[in-house]
Design a protein around this ligand. Structure first.
Ligand code: ADE
Ligand code: ZN
Length: 357
């Protein structure tokens, strides 16, 4: 019998390339978590931030959320000047474009983390927007911004930040989120700030039900904070009333396979709760969260997850188009982006997966 290995292999390679190059929208990535390690070390040295005296592999060697967040905070503290903010924003977008054909992103940043380090609000905003604009000019990829409440900071600090953001509003700010582990404090303590953001026309999301035994935070997110979208949400799997509630409300979840694999204890990518969520009929998007910190990028999230979960090209396409629906673009922007994606995916399929039209 003929050896078929040389027949099947190109098809797998082509499929991985298809997944990497399929156009993408990304809705869950943190600016500080997307800083290249080389840029982090260079900025830390320039800005005289003392780092633990360990090898880079050891520093990036966390295997749980809390240890990861300690390093994440260090990276965040290394960004100080307008040029630093511009550089990390530009590089983060560049990496998304080059490694995953990123077309549009809604990206978190933590204003109060930088403010507590003495960084002036305008320095931060101007730098981030310089980077956003430069990446759009060079790559055509757009980015809108989601300031995130740091859950370890007080509700007063969060409220002050939101008032400043509204006072000096920039069009690129599209919503409000909150991060840090959802075991570290109930997000509903920030209710006043969520209401304030909503009254000022911003959309809202929150990191909720991310770790084990945090499903109750999903209910705070929907019933109390009245969020439009949920970041992570895995722990609601197994809670039938919560799953039904998410389906009834048509809620979108921004899921992050590499965060699950690296710090949340789900190494087996084929059987991560993202799979259960999709099988239960929940609306899921794939995202990289903190790409270099989880040794990933948005292209890799699609390659690893779709191959491990055996999603075919039509299912991968549905994930990409779903992320447009889950975004906070307005209806006409969504319509034109969807048209462009459908055309580009057809071209890509013809090139890489002939016979799959
Ligand atoms: N900040 C950055 N990434 C995070 C995550 N996955 N969970 C909570 N806070 C974060
Ligand atoms: Zn996150």
């Amino acid at each position: 019998m003929a050896d078929r290995s040389d027949i099947t292999k190109p098809r797998e390679d082509n499929y991985a390339e298809f997944l990497r190059r399929i156009p993408k929208v990304e809705l869950h990535v943190h600016l500080a978590g997307s800083v290249r390690p080389s840029t982090f070390f260079a900025m830390a040295q320039k800005n005289q931030l003392e780092l633990p005296d360990v090898a880079p592999e050891e520093l990036y060697g966390y295997d749980n959320l809390l240890d990861f967040l300690k390093v994440y905070n260090l990276v965040s503290r290394s960004i100080r000047t307008r040029e630093d903010f511009s550089r990390v924003t530009y590089e983060s977008m560049e990496d998304g474009v080059k490694q995953g054909n990123l077309r549009y992103r809604e990206m978190f940043f933590n204003p109060t983390a930088h403010a507590l380090e003495g960084v002036d609000y305008r320095t931060m905003m101007d730098g981030i927007l310089d980077g956003v604009r430069a990446a759009e000019v060079d790559y055509g990829a757009r980015c809108r911004l989601i300031p995130a409440i740091h859950r370890r900071h007080s509700p007063d600090i969060a409220q002050e930040m939101m008032e400043r953001l509204v006072e000096e509003y920039r069009d690129d700010i599209i919503g409000l989120g909150s991060d840090s582990g959802d075991g570290t404090g109930r997000a509903d303590q920030f209710l006043e700030t969520y209401r304030f953001a909503q009254r000022n026309g911003l959309r809202t999301t929150v990191h909720a039900a991310e770790s084990r035994n945090t499903a109750h935070n999903f209910l705070y997110a929907v019933d109390v904070l009245k969020c439009d979208r949920i970041d992570h949400g895995y722990d609601i799997v197994g809670h039938q009333t919560m799953v039904q509630r998410a389906k009834d409300d048509g809620l979108w979840f921004t899921c992050c396979p590499s965060a699950l694999a690296v710090v949340l204890g789900w190494k087996d990518r084929a059987n991560q709760p993202i799979r259960n969520m999709i099988e239960l009929g929940l609306k899921v998007t794939l995202n990289s969260d903190d790409p270099p910190m989880f040794r990933t990028d948005i292209g890799n999230e699609f390659v690893e997850t779709c191959i491990a979960m055996e999603f075919d090209d039509a299912e991968a396409e549905a994930l990409c188009l779903g992320a447009i629906d889950a975004s906070w673009l307005d209806v006409s922007e969504k319509r034109s982006m969807r048209g462009q994606f459908v055309r580009d995916i057809a071209t890509l399929r013809a090139e890489l997966l002939p016979g799959h039209s």
